[in-house]
Design a protein around this ligand. Sequence first.
Ligand SMILES: Nc1ncnc2c1ncn2[C@@H]1O[C@H](COP(=O)(O)OP(=O)(O)O)[C@@H](O)[C@H]1O
Ligand SMILES: [Mg+2]
Length: 344
Amino acid sequence: MSLNSGSGVNNSSHHNELIPEKKVFAVASGKGGTGKSTFAINFSVSLAAMGHDVILVDADLGGADISNLLSIRAPRYTMKDFMSGDVTYLAEILENTPCPRLRLILGGSDIISISNPLYQQKMRLIRNISQLEADYIVVDLGPDISFNNLDFFNSAPVGFLITQNVDTIIMGFYRFLKAAFVRRLKQEFKNDTFILNIINDFQNRGWARSRRNLIGSIRAASQESVDKLDLVLDTFQPKLVFNRISTSAAKKTADQMFSFVLENFGFRLQTVGFLPDDKEVEKAYARSEPYVLSYPKGDTTKAFFDVLQASGLNKTKDGEVVSSFSHYSKLLRMEANNWQLLKI
Ligand SMILES: Nc1ncnc2c1ncn2[C@@H]1O[C@H](COP(=O)(O)OP(=O)(O)O)[C@@H](O)[C@H]1O
Ligand SMILES: [Mg+2]
């Protein structure tokens, strides 16, 4: 169940080790209102401004909002048409944006029947997302810790988790991370009852109680389980983004989270950036504009560039490294013309 369709999709003449092969990004958090959609939109727009063909998928099946956030008033099709079977392929419902390199798969708002798709519908959606033709596909997920969200998240080769330096939101992050990690492990060890018991034990115990070492126990079982575990640890590498920060305290929290995750889950959590709490972001959001285009020199746009850099994604389609903020900012200003954000 992988969204990484791998070979043949990226233009091989452009391919070199500078261009990441992983092309599907999931954006999740475990809580609503943390800034997932804002991140997904500005991330997609940034990749498009650097010359990539991008498809942004609104997979928040219960509360889709990308169409509102980008002022798409009357979409021809939404995810509902695909989930209901009225259209066969997801590629048929692509919606254009003012940017020729950015296209959308829009969700349908509050459609109960699609917010709880059957297993087959979910697999069909995951398969169709992986078959979309683009350099990058960005999947904006819902806030809940449902199997749907976990499976969408785990099927993407790269996952971004958007958090804030707020206890309840960090708890939501840990719950999501634990649930996604457990689901991924169970899938890998689905035929091994001994290891499944170890995973269940990890799943059921609280954070504070003294722990049996999950990773150590799995490693001690057999060479086969070591190999499977290493595969999971290699492919389960979410990137953490702190949003709406106002002090440097978030950096300390990020260090604590790194230690906690390493100790409890056995992998190194990568924090790729800290986005400020910014009035300009809210203003752009209220006007349904991507803030990186409205404020190409803004503080949060600068912080966004740091996220791209830390993720190894500051590259044009030709593989040229966008090494300075001023270069990125210039590409955004050129892109802003397509959107006619400079109001006449
Ligand atoms: N960096 C930020 N600074 C200020 N406000 C922000 C920032 N990021 C997001 N917001 C605000 O938070 C709210 C929720 O954002 P949204 O992206 O819709 O969250 P989600 O998709 O996680 O539910 C919006 O009002 C948005 O303007
Ligand atoms: Mg959202």
